[in-house]
Design a protein around this ligand. Structure first.
Ligand code: GDP
Ligand code: MG
Length: 240
């Protein structure tokens, strides 16, 4: 039996967190759950503490104030590695990523170091049109600038094996927000890790609003170009 930690980061997810906990528990009854909550002012923490009374495998780590999605994911991956989990699954808590699709992602991690859910290669993107358009554009640009055999670069529905955890937690990251999720892939690609994609159906968030500022789109476009440039410079210096 392999040990598994299913993680999510939360900031003001009071409308969604209970469904996430129940969904993960239903589809991965043997797994531990970790929620990294940045002291959500909406009371997400109080809901989690109530759920913990019924679910001893639910772990809640509360950080002091909003520290960003990237740092919450690094926190979870670092904990997963230190505590020796065989698999660490990451996903959003807002209903966009479905717990019913975790088993397919984890099954694929038997033969590779890292698995990502894709909305593009057999999957679907069911968020509002503008969001779909922006995600499609970002992922199309990433395929050209940072080719690594993937169609999806930005979603956080992922499975890490210990090798992938080691690669990511020992790296230095330069970008936060969506760009962190792209840089994370580039780091593992540079380390020679093997990847698989599994189709997912990405839904619109169930309740509440997005916590990521729209300015992140421009920050990410800039980051993507910088990562593309860095890859080309490295290839050139290797040749010389
Ligand atoms: N711990 C933590 N979680 C965050 C933060 N920002 C966003 N999240 C969570 O990250 C996930 C994705 O955020 P979301 O607002 O849905 O981003 P979007 O899907 O890109 O609009 C959700 O589960 C959020 O609650 C943060 O600063 N800290
Ligand atoms: Mg979301």
């Amino acid at each position: 039996m392999i040990s598994e930690l299913v993680c999510t980061a939360t900031y003001n997810e009071q409308e969604n967190i209970e469904a996430w906990v129940r969904g993960v528990h239903q589809h991965r009854p043997e797994a531990d759950l970790l929620v990294v909550d940045d002291s959500s002012p909406d009371g997400t923490g109080a809901i989690l503490r109530r759920l913990q009374l019924q679910a001893p495998q639910l772990r809640v780590h509360t950080r002091a104030g909003k520290q960003g999605l990237a740092s919450a994911h690094i926190y979870a991956l670092d904990l997963g590695l230190r505590e020796g989990y065989d698999r660490v699954v990451t996903m959003d808590a807002d209903g966009s990523h479905q717990p019913s699709q975790i088993p397919a992602l984890v099954a694929a991690s038997d033969r590779v170091d890292f698995v990502i859910g894709t909305r593009y290669h057999g999957g679907s993107h069911q968020a509002p049109p503008l969001r779909q358009f922006l995600s499609k554009g970002a992922n199309a640009a990433a395929r050209v600038l940072l080719p690594m055999g993937l169609t999806e670069y930005t979603t956080s529905f992922r499975v890490f094996t210990p090798r992938a955890l080691k690669s990511v937690t020992t790296a230095t990251f330069h970008f936060g927000g969506y760009a962190f999720f792209i840089e994370c892939l580039e780091v593992m690609h540079r380390d020679g890790l093997t990847f698989a994609e599994v189709p997912i159906d990405f839904l619109d968030r169930t309740g509440g609003t997005s916590k990521i500022p729209r300015s992140q789109i421009f920050v990410s476009a800039n980051a993507l170009m910088r990562l593309g440039l860095a890859r080309r410079q490295q290839a050139r210096s290797k040749r010389n």
